[in-house]
Design a protein around this ligand. Structure first.
Ligand SMILES: *Cc1c(COP(=O)(O)O)cnc(C)c1O
Length: 386
């Protein structure tokens, strides 16, 4: 079956490879401003819990339309600290998505609670509210949706469920800085919204970093204590905490990038729209769902294809890098084994088998987008013929 495909003539000149992500262009444009920020920090002699971090927290809270923002060491810690600040621990259950980065459920498990995985919506790849409703039981202590790939989750029915059952709602916004639903920013819908500034995220630091946003002053105070060894405003520890601060150098980098996040996200949407147009009309490929109620910011541009590994190999042969987010749904990860057979979550399992993320970053140019489209269209055509 594969034989005839090898006979296709190879192009005489090899086009430049297309990586999944290229941060160099963004950093080159910002170099002067970032360096000035870093010099300010060096001159201050203050590297942890200083002015840059406080200013960034204020600016991020204003941008996201929330009252309080608390910096921390990573997106994983943002989830962990939020869960602990909301009292979640051993014996508790937290309902979440099986189709997300490992850290979402890892943070739940580290509190001593058990992640309860329910199936996802086949269009958005986000938690299906009806499945969440069915999973709420006497041990449920929180609902933790993820705005996966920058696509806002169906947050209104989840808010209603959380209210009805008096459960905290914690949003994993690691991939969704600036994503909106009904005009409101993701992160401001729940009791806590958790962000990651890992370098590859839409708003990325030059190292690790995270942020928690909340409308509650009491929760913000608890989070400030937990990130700093349990020390409250008087400096005295009242409980065990962690060492998880957003450092001053990272805050300086993030302040420069925060000013441009709308332009970065708009540029990612432009890339996505060109992919959408170029890949339209293929029976064997599904482009990302465009939700009229949300503003997707395309942290990833993820399509579904029937024979992923073959398509992926064709793209790789043409120098086009792709990624699989995520090959193993979390209910099948050994780390989350419960001793019982994992539940059957057919949508998550099918999406995990067929998902393929294409290169995307704000500065990705039309020539390279079109080349990805051409190679992908040919690969899909071969697949249908084969
Ligand atoms: C990146 C990510 C995290 C973890 O963030 P880190 O800053 O890497 O700890 C959590 N959840 C999701 C969905 C992520 O994409």
């Amino acid at each position: 079956m594969d034989e005839p495909r090898r006979l296709r003539p190879r192009p005489l000149t090899v086009p430049a490879p297309v990586p999944m992500l290229d941060l160099a262009a963004q950093h080159a444009a910002l170099c002067g401003e970032i360096e000035a920020g870093l010099r300010t920090v060096l001159a201050s002699g203050r590297f942890v819990l200083g002015a840059q971090g406080a200013d960034f927290e204020r600016e991020a809270a204003d941008y996201l339309g929330v009252a309080h923002a608390v910096g921390c060491g990573s997106g994983t810690d943002a989830l962990l600290l939020s869960l602990r600040a909301l009292g979640i621990g051993a014996g508790d259950e937290v309902v979440t998505s099986p189709f997300t980065f490992f850290a979402t459920a890892e943070a739940i498990a580290h509190t001593g609670a058990r992640p309860v995985f329910v199936d996802i919506d086949p269009h958005t790849f986000n938690l299906d509210p009806a499945q969440v409703a069915a999973a709420i039981g006497p041990a449920t202590r929180a609902i933790l949706p993820v705005h996966l790939f920058g696509q806002p989750a169906a947050i209104e029915p989840l808010q209603a469920l959380a209210q009805r059952h008096r459960l905290p709602l914690i949003e994993d916004c690691a991939q969704a800085f600036g994503a909106r639903r009904g005009g409101r920013m993701c992160g401001g819908f729940g009791d806590a919204g958790c962000f990651s500034f890992y370098p590859s995220k839409n708003l990325g630091a030059c190292g690790d970093g995270g942020l928690i946003v909340t409308g509650s002053a009491a929760l913000a105070a608890e989070l400030r204590a937990l990130r700093n060894h349990g020390a409250h405003a008087d400096g005295r520890p009242r409980s065990l905490g962690w060492n998880s601060r957003l450092d001053e150098l990272q805050a300086a980098v993030l302040r420069a990038k925060l000013k441009r996040i709308d332009a970065y996200n708009a540029a990612r949407r432009r890339v996505a729209q060109r992919y959408d147009a170029g890949l339209a009309g293929l029976a064997d490929l599904r482009t990302p769902f465009v939700d009229p109620d949300g503003t997707h910011i395309y942290h990833q541009y993820t399509v579904l294809v029937p024979e992923r590994e073959r398509v992926r190999a064709d793209l790789a042969a043409a120098g086009i890098q792709t990624a699989v987010h995520y090959a193993c749904p979390l209910h099948r990860e050994p780390a989350f084994a419960t001793g019982r057979a994992p539940p059957s979550l057919p949508v998550a399992e099918s999406v995990a088998q067929h998902c393929l993320s294409l290169p995307i970053w704000p500065e990705l140019d039309d020539t390279r987008i079109d080349r990805v489209v051409d190679v992908l269209r040919t690969a899909i055509a071969d697949e249908s013929a084969g």
